[in-house]
Design a protein. Structure first.
Length: 529
């Protein structure tokens, strides 16, 4: 794979421009010339028609080269949109697995960079993961966070208590190590266990360690998006995440930001107002979204109260077998399901054939028991992947898409073998947002949407050489037929790539050409700048 340092590219550009100004016979030489595309440069400005030149893994020019150009390869892009490669700000791409290493569901949306280690699950062995990606090759670039939940679980297990001083110092040391290895910051999943057992001060203490490193980020799946039984509530949850960033000195991004449950339909402006107020105080707070009304998570988190899982799965199952405790679990499980719209709204995306594609209500009917009892029986054999249909309000999603600080994500996990029914967002989130909100709708403009996919994300991650179409940037480039760009995946038939992506370059090499995967794995790990 060809690589060129920024300094070498700058020197090449200087020489090339001098050569072009000397005479027409001294042509600028490039590896690839993209001709006549409609250029959306990632800034949100109006599109312009022009050319793009690529040399090795860098963009040499955008628009007018200032003289003649000689190219090893030429790509006609007339009538097509030429954009920076899209950045998936909250991803679960399975780049470590053979079935997910090529990044195909992401590439076919135009995504060239994914952000991993989120929801509190990111390992602190960042360099080891980077080394693995470099050794095997990956289809997309990947950045990484260290996860609070991972650290707590591997330090304290599933204990519902504050850490001892020694335990807290151990977690802080591991955060510092991960940051030294290139992590972008700390992620939390305070909705999930064991992260939910942590008090605010614990998370602040760990985030404060990341703040020792310039540009550190606190990425949160906050504690209560509005569908937590006897939880703190949506408002308090948003304010807690902002407080963690403000007290620790980190920048904040809300993962898949959108209030949940019918009780919060029409309340998007509340969370947006809290973010705006924090930004006015000087706290850098942003968010990312996907355009679907269904979530994806796990059965235990949706049906079993957190107190019943203290000590881990074995302790939870022992509680299932205690009649007095079981009565309390049953009561809370019924309340949890009611808040999520009932068992018919819980759809299994689990690989197990007896579950995949069925609702919890259907599985319970087959078992001849009530849904909470069916959930407990399933959990005896391990947790299960589920979706919660219609938990988000589409109008909330459209409202939040208009915010100038709103980025885009898939929140999608590459499907494993046997997962016939999965969340369609892994295949279609970016295409669905652009199609429904800009191309076929008037919620946002196409340049605004492209900015939320590209430049806005790169700016927040402080990536100096991605997210824009301009000279000296890395050649992560997506070329779309906007007339055909759309999501094809559905809840019933999810395994369908988005349509309309004609070409994708990752670090200057074609990952998709003429609508077909090339097999090239040109992605690289991206450490914090």
């Amino acid at each position: 794979m060809h690589r060129r340092s920024l300094a070498a590219t700058a020197l090449f550009l200087s020489f090339a421009l001098v050569s072009c100004s000397g005479s027409d016979s001294s042509a600028l030489r490039v590896d690839l010339l993209i001709l006549g595309g409609t250029i959306y440069d990632g800034t949100g400005g109006d599109a312009v028609v022009g050319d793009v030149g690529v040399m090795e893994d860098r963009i040499v020019f955008v628009g007018d080269p200032g003289g003649p150009v000689e190219a090893e390869d030429t790509l006609e892009a007339g009538g097509l949109a030429v954009t920076p490669g899209f950045i998936d700000m909250h991803s679960h791409a399975e780049l470590d697995e053979d079935y997910g290493r090529d990044g195909a569901p992401f590439l076919f949306q135009g995504i060239t960079t994914v952000v991993l280690g989120l929801d509190g699950g990111g390992t602190d062995q960042v360099q080891r993961r980077f080394n693995g990606w470099t050794r095997t090759g990956i289809g997309v670039n990947a950045a990484h966070f260290v996860g609070h939940g991972y650290l707590r679980r591997t330090t304290m297990g599933y204990e519902a208590r504050p850490p001892t001083m020694a335990e807290l110092e151990e977690m802080k040391a591991r955060v510092r190590s991960a940051m030294e290895q290139g992590a972008f910051g700390l992620s939390s999943g305070l909705f999930y266990l064991p992260g939910n057992y942590a008090e605010t001060d614990e998370v602040v203490a760990l985030a404060t360690v990341t703040a020792e490193y310039e540009g550190a980020i606190y990425d949160t799946h906050d504690r209560d998006l509005g569908a937590v039984y006897e939880g703190v509530g949506y408002d308090a949850s948003v304010l807690e995440a902002i407080e963690i960033g403000e007290r620790s000195g980190t920048r904040v991004i809300f993962s898949h930001f959108n209030p949940q449950s019918v009780v919060n339909y029409g309340r998007a402006e509340v969370g947006a107002r809290y973010i705006e107020e924090a930004r006015e105080r000087g706290v850098e707070v942003v968010a990312a979204q996907h355009p679907y009304t269904a979530t994806q998570s796990n059965l235990r988190s949706y049906t079993i109260p957190n107190w019943a899982v203290v000590g881990g799965d074995s302790a939870m199952i022992r509680r299932f077998d205690d009649p007095d405790t079981l009565a309390l679990i049953q009561r809370d499980s019924e309340g949890m399901l009611a808040l999520r719209g009932g068992a018919e709204k819980i759809l299994f995306g689990d690989p197990r054939p007896g579950l995949n594609g069925k609702t919890l209500a259907e599985v319970a009917s087959e078992m001849g028991v009530e849904p909470p009892a069916a959930a407990r029986e399933i959990l005896r054999d391990g947790n299960a992947v589920v979706m919660n249909l219609d938990l988000y309000d589409a109008e909330n999603t459209r409202y939040l898409a208009r915010m100038p600080w709103m980025m885009t994500c898939t929140d999608g996990r590459t499907p494993a073998v046997g997962q016939d029914v999965v969340h369609p967002r892994v295949y279609g989130a970016f295409a669905k947002k652009l199609r429904e909100m800009a191309l076929d709708g008037d919620v946002i403009s196409v340049p605004f949407a492209i900015r939320s996919f590209t430049g806005l994300a790169a700016d927040f991650l402080r990536l100096p050489d991605r997210g824009y179409l301009r000279a000296e940037q890395r050649a992560d480039i997506t070329i779309l037929d906007l007339d055909r760009y759309r999501d094809m995946a559905t809840y019933e038939e999810p395994h369908q790539y988005a349509e309309g992506v004609r070409h994708v370059l990752v670090n200057g090499l074609f990952a998709i050409r003429d609508g077909e995967l090339t097999g090239t794995t040109a992605g690289i790990p991206i450490a914090r700048p």
